[in-house]
Design a binder for this molecule. Structure first.
Ligand SMILES: Cc1cc2nc3c(=O)[nH]c(=O)nc-3n(C[C@H](O)[C@H](O)[C@H](O)COP(=O)(O)OP(=O)(O)OC[C@H]3O[C@@H](n4cnc5c(N)ncnc54)[C@H](O)[C@@H]3O)c2cc1C
Length: 347
């Protein structure tokens, strides 16, 4: 999948059959009726094997299902949630070429005409874009109003004037599709607005706060996968007449990695627990993503190191996990932006 840069559709169907694509969708609408914490556990478990599959499930649950369930009108929820739980992949489109960290500087325009909005613009870096049928697209109804013009729309594949553009060729999470979206006078019915017109910034802020915990979980799973490979290999690889895991220098490196991993996991679980308990979780979410992403980079690097030359080639999965780790410091708010959020809260 990494080499072909693609997640096969039959694997995506298995994820739907497993019930992990609509974890928080109520059972009455065909979902698993779970909580946010369950979504975090699923993302963690999948990411230990493949963080690309982890992020597909993460975006589906923590961003798309979450936004539709919280902000969609009843009719839209009753139509979309069963679809998202059973067959349709979702994507979340906020970033543009000129607006990343400064997300609310977006320029995709929505022009109101009767009961329809017509969207024109380009979105960049959109995860799941190749597989998705349901896209949450942020556009402004009034560029002069700054963030107060931003509105969240559900755009469905097949809409006139909407297409998925170039796919990025990436360092890591290569099987996860990341593409441009093109909108040219694309009509979107008013019924597909999430939340209020001009209040899409709230939808973005709130869903991304939760999404961040999911990325923390992805990084924890990734690091667990890398550590498990390193433990198995160091027990079996012999140098100087014994297993390299018998050297205290190696043991201490593994012990430190396991400790950092556990600390990251507890930060992630605590943020998820606070979210489910209805407590404020802005700072815990930013902290868990910041710490887990750095930890995953360190632990996956150590795994490559402990495999020696074999860690540097594609015969073992650790070089892939090392490449996959880097994205944790970039998407859903870079590490600097997490630090900015934490600093604002504590100072
Ligand atoms: C694989 C991948 C998948 C993605 N998936 C999605 C998706 O599904 N949906 C979506 O909407 N977006 C997605 N993104 C976009 C991602 O969220 C942005 O790339 C990210 O927010 C950073 O924005 P940028 O790339 O424009 O970098 P910039 O904002 O230009 O940042 C460049 C550097 O400057 C630093 N910086 C910027 N501002 C400040 C500041 N005020 N203080 C200190 N440092 C600062 C940043 O930390 C960073 O190191 C994805 C990106 C990638 C690579």
């Amino acid at each position: 999948m990494d080499e072909h840069a693609k997640i096969p559709r039959d694997l995506i169907d298995k994820l739907f059959n497993l019930g992990v694509m609509g974890i928080e969708v109520p059972e009455t609408l065909g979902g698993a009726g779970g909580r946010f914490f369950h979504a975090v556990l699923a993302v963690e478990a999948l990411s230990a094997v493949d963080p690309s599959v982890g992020v597909l499930v993460d975006v589906q649950n923590t961003l798309v299902v979450n936004a539709v369930a919280r902000w969609g009108a009843t009719g839209l929820k009753e139509r979309l949630l069963p679809q998202l739980a059973s067959r349709s992949v979702g994507a979340y489109a906020l970033s543009e070429a000129g607006s990343g960290s400064d997300a609310f500087a977006l320029t995709t325009r929505a022009v109101e005409s009767g009961d329809t909005f017509r969207l024109t613009g380009r979105k960049l870096w959109i995860t799941n874009a190749n597989e998705a049928d349901v896209f949450i697209v942020f556009a402004t109804v009034n560029p002069e109003a700054g963030y107060r013009g931003i509105t969240a729309f559900v755009v469905e594949r097949g809409a006139a004037g909407f297409s998925v553009g170039k796919k990025e060729d990436k360092l890591g999470i290569r099987a996860s599709s990341t593409c441009e979206l093109l909108l040219e006078d694309c009509p979107v019915p008013r019924a597909n607005v999430l939340g209020e017109v001009g209040k899409g910034y709230k939808v973005a802020i709130e869903t991304l706060n939760e999404g961040r915990i999911g990325i923390g979980a992805q990084m924890v799973g990734l690091a667990q996968g890398a550590l498990d490979h390193a433990l198995a290999y160091t027990r079996q690889r012999k140098q100087f007449g014994k297993a390299i895991a018998d050297f205290q220098g190696v043991q201490f490196q593994l012990a430190r990695a396991a400790t950092e991993l556990e600390a990251a996991r507890l930060l992630v679980y605590n943020a998820a627990r606070m979210r489910d308990a209805g407590e404020p979780f802005l700072t815990p979410a930013a902290m868990c993503k910041l710490f887990a992403a750095d930890m995953a980079e360190r632990v996956s690097s150590l795994a490559v190191q402990l495999f020696g030359g074999y860690g540097y080639v594609k015969d073992y999965p650790v070089e892939k996990l090392y490449r996959d780790a880097k994205i944790g410091q970039i998407y859903e708010g870079t590490s600097n932006l997490q630090l900015q959020t934490i600093a604002k809260q504590i100072i």
